[in-house]
Design a protein around this ligand. Structure first.
Ligand code: BV8
Ligand code: ZN
Length: 241
């Protein structure tokens, strides 16, 4: 009897020794974190691509910080959803497991993922433009812009903006995980932003079985082995069992 795509995906995940997972904003959507390109992705008529850049920050650090303070306030109220928990459960039962995330909300770690590779940084961390200090800052009433607790200098969010390179160590680890995995699970990303989106092709070309979970088709859909359409919070618990 032939397996359905869901059954095939579940079987591949159950049998794999080496799994890489790539997540985007869609895995946090059911937690209430607005996605970038879906409804609610806009902020006061600004586009993320216009605010999440070094140019926007040097031009108007207060405006960029008002946007991040707004997002931090939102994310502080969000809890991990069943998709985050399913990925933490999959990690616990898979010998070699790497979670690559484009998200900066920190929800994977809160769901129990041990070492998510946060490719685009983390909204709960700041770094000083003057002395380079970097530390976690959970205060929700930050001034816009906040100043460094070490030197009083200007703080920026410890995230990767458009036009900025990713941390080469993190990117290297992500490429290795994609190139070595037997199965890659791509969840909730529009596959628009590079270099993260390209990791699915790296896995595919290295011979991995690639599964996509998304509400809609994406540029990756044509080259994955199984494309499951639906909500991550509903599909992942089914896949992981
Ligand atoms: C770099 C951190 C080298 C900040 C982010 C052409 C012109 C200009 C630039 C470029 C270009 N081509 C490529 C580039 C480079 C650029 C890029 O890719 N631009 C895109 C817009 C074309 N990339 C970069 O700049 C990267 N750096 O390349 O360095 C370099 C150096 C110098 C000069 C040039 C190059 C840096 C990219 C990192 C940017 N930082 N975030 C912050 O968040 O504040 S990216 C941002 O978008 C988030 O991290 C987000 O995660 C990411 C990708 O978006 P998604 O996660 O996919 O989210 P999205 O909303 O798009 O989609 C959600 C998906 O979920 C949808 O498909 C939806 O259907 C689905 N979904 C929704 N609900 C659910 C669901 N699925 C399942 N269940 C649900 N319930
Ligand atoms: Zn400082």
């Amino acid at each position: 009897m032939d397996l359905t795509p869901d059954q095939m995906a579940a079987q591949r995940l159950a049998q794999a020794q080496r799994i890489a997972v790539l997540t985007g904003a869609g895995v946090s959507a059911e937690s209430g974190v607005p996605t970038f390109r879906g409804p609610g992705g806009l902020w006061e008529s600004h586009r993320p691509e216009d605010l999440a850049t070094p140019q926007a920050f040097s031009r108007d650090p207060a405006l960029v910080w008002r946007w991040y303070n707004w997002r931090r306030g939102l994310m502080a109220k969000c809890e991990p959803n069943p998709a985050h928990h399913a990925l933490a459960a999959l990690e616990r039962r898979t010998p070699q497991f790497t979670l690559l995330t484009q998200n900066i909300d920190g929800l994977h770690r809160r769901a129990g993922s041990q070492a998510p590779l946060e490719m685009h940084g983390n909204i709960w961390w700041v770094r000083c433009m003057d002395c380079g200090a970097r530390y976690e800052e959970r205060e929700l009433e930050l001034p816009a812009p906040p100043t460094c607790r070490e030197c009083g200098g200007l703080l920026r969010p410890h995230v990767v903006w458009f036009g900025e390179s990713l941390d080469p160590r993190i990117l290297g680890a992500a490429w290795r995980a994609a190139a070595r995995c037997e199965v890659m699970l791509v969840v909730g990303t529009s596959a628009v932003v590079q270099p993260a989106a390209g990791l699915a092709s790296v896995a595919r070309q290295a011979g991995a079985f690639v599964i996509e979970v998304n509400l809609e088709q994406t540029p990756n859909s044509a080259e994955v082995h199984v494309s499951l359409l639906g909500k991550a919070g509903e599909i992942l618990p089914e896949l992981v069992g």
